[in-house]
Design a protein around this ligand. Structure first.
Ligand SMILES: Cc1cc2nc3c(=O)[nH]c(=O)nc-3n(C[C@H](O)[C@H](O)[C@H](O)COP(=O)(O)OP(=O)(O)OC[C@H]3O[C@@H](n4cnc5c(N)ncnc54)[C@H](O)[C@@H]3O)c2cc1C
Length: 485
């Protein structure tokens, strides 16, 4: 068994930010455990054609790590390069054990330690456990009848097989969310035929992307200018919360009309346009930013199957649609998303008295600041319940969470105590506030079913307000909400 003060599970931006902040505090006695053979999380894993961020890169970056981006919305290879630059610069590779899939963690009440079991990398022990296993890191493939009988090639966008040549092939892509919207235009002109299976359409707005000139790239190297650009993007995006939460009329006037017009301009065929028109308020599901999706869907070699003509079953050679048509395909691309709400932690967590997080979340996932839970001492969940943010950078929230996590650790160190735990009544009050505020948002009132909701119907993936409100709460530690012992 290897013993550390802190174990971090996951090496994406969440794990990296946690490690950087520990190092800033002078804490070097930690390990990052990563289940993949490589570090980096989202942008090292998702290498599907067209993969790119949909938040402007100067904002979608770690605040202390500016970068000379080549375009406003960076593509996957540049994001991977950025991630690897951060990892190298802070010496995080030496602090990480890869191929270390955590299969269970258990709190040892007697010794005040977490025991961490991995599949093949042994057992670890730590006083403090930071889960950064990612909100969108465990892919889901629905169990369609006959799914496993298909004899062609099949993979999830999260696990793209680059050894497979899709040029000229008959391809089906299942799903029409954010990843599918990037893959479809990237491959439509290269495949023979493309069948797109859409359960429900999303609202789409043009993507205001552009390349940075070499002069602009040079200017991005000046920290004050980078910071100024970052904040101007931040406030422009933050204004969207007014529509998401406080003004349905504003949302309709400024966003939905624009999206309707965009659809009308780009899709001339009324039947196709009808299939692509959502029946819910814009913002209820993640808005897709793409200037190339609609033209790709209009191509002669692309067929859109909506919910009335969805998948009935899968067989050896392809897909049988609900209208009974057999579609023979060579490749099935699963673009069916992630277990983002009920499975927000990818392994069983056993807390005090043998109670699991699954027990604690049997009704719905919940946590104080989306980070801490009573009964699970010294455990911090990065990107936990209700920390998601559809309108701005997830890294902004991750960094805000770090303020809270590091304050807990500082106070533990300073006081000489071994254990910190959030009080049940504090967690209850926080969760009540979150779901009361959620009632006002478009995610609750917009008339859609989305991956933002858990099985309970509660919206779990989103924080119901301005991201600066979350940051303020995470910055101001409330000692009265915690027990140190
Ligand atoms: C395709 C895609 C596009 C996205 N686009 C955007 C965007 O435009 N804007 C935005 O703000 N956010 C976006 N996101 C959300 C993105 O997840 C966050 O921005 C951010 O990268 C999350 O970082 P993370 O470290 O929490 O998770 P991840 O980057 O997912 O890292 C989690 C890590 O934990 C590891 N792990 C998981 N389980 C275990 C285990 N049991 N044992 C050991 N290791 C484990 C995983 O292998 C992974 O490396 C996107 C996500 C995806 C998948």
């Amino acid at each position: 068994m290897q013993t550390f003060k802190v174990i971090i599970i996951g090496s994406g931006f969440g794990g990296q930010c946690a490690a950087m902040r520990l190092l800033e505090q002078g804490i070097t006695d930690f390990r990052i455990l990563e289940r993949r053979p490589f570090m980096g999380g989202t942008w090292c894993q998702n290498s599907y054609p067209g993969a790119a961020v949909d938040v402007q890169s100067p904002l979608y970056s770690i605040s202390s790590e500016p970068y000379r981006w080549s375009q406003m919305f960076a593509e996957q290879d540049e994001l991977q390069h950025y991630t690897e630059m951060v990892i190298e610069k802070h010496g995080l590779r030496e602090k990480t054990q890869t191929n270390a899939n955590v299969k269970q963690v258990r709190w040892d009440e007697q010794h005040h330690r977490w025991h961490i079991e991995t599949d093949a990398a042994g057992t670890f022990e730590a006083q403090i456990l930071i889960n950064a296993s990612g909100p969108l890191s465990t892919p889901v493939i629905p169990n369609f009848p006959g799914r496993d009988t298909f004899k062609g090639k099949a993979f999830h966008t999260n696990d793209w097989d680059h050894s497979y040549d899709y040029h000229g092939k008959r391809v089906a892509i299942i799903g029409s969310g954010a990843s599918a919207a990037q893959v479809i235009p990237a491959i439509a002109d290269k495949v023979g035929q493309l069948h797109v299976f859409q359960r429900s359409p999303h609202w789409v707005l043009p993507r205001p992307d552009r390349e940075f000139s070499s002069l602009e790239q040079g200017l991005l190297g000046f920290k004050p200018l980078y910071k100024a650009l970052r904040w101007s993007i931040y406030w422009a995006l933050e204004a969207r919360v007014v529509g998401f939460k406080y003004s349905a009329k504003g949302l309709e006037l400024f966003a939905q009309r624009k999206a309707e017009k965009f659809l009308e301009q780009q899709v001339k065929d009324p039947v196709l346009r009808n299939k692509l028109t959502p029946d819910f308020t814009i913002g209820c599901k993640r808005i897709i930013l793409s200037s190339t999706l609609y033209p790709a869907l209009c191509r002669d070699n692309v067929t859109l199957h909506d919910k009335h003509d969805g998948i009935a079953s899968i067989n050896e050679s392809g897909i049988v649609t609900q209208s009974g048509e057999q579609l023979d395909v060579d490749l099935i691309i699963w673009s069916t998303g992630y277990d983002a709400t009920d499975g927000v932690i990818s392994y069983p967590v056993i807390g005090r008295d043998g109670r699991t997080i699954a027990d604690a979340w049997s009704e719905f996932p919940r946590a104080y600041l989306g980070t801490a839970l009573p009964g699970f001492p010294n455990l911090f969940i990065v990107t936990g319940p209700n920390t998601g943010i559809g309108h701005t950078s997830a890294i902004f929230i991750i960094e805000a969470q770090m303020n809270y996590i590091m304050e807990n650790i500082k106070r533990l160190n300073k006081s000489g105590h071994e254990v910190v735990e959030v009080r049940p009544e504090a967690e209850q009050a926080y969760t009540t506030m979150i779901h009361r505020e959620m009632e006002k948002t478009v995610w609750k009132t917009g008339g859609c079913n989305s991956w933002y909701q858990s099985k309970s119907g509660h919206v779990i993936a989103m924080f119901p307000g301005f991201s600066f409100t979350y940051r303020q709460m995470a910055r101001h530690f409330k000692p009265q909400d915690h027990v140190f012992s």
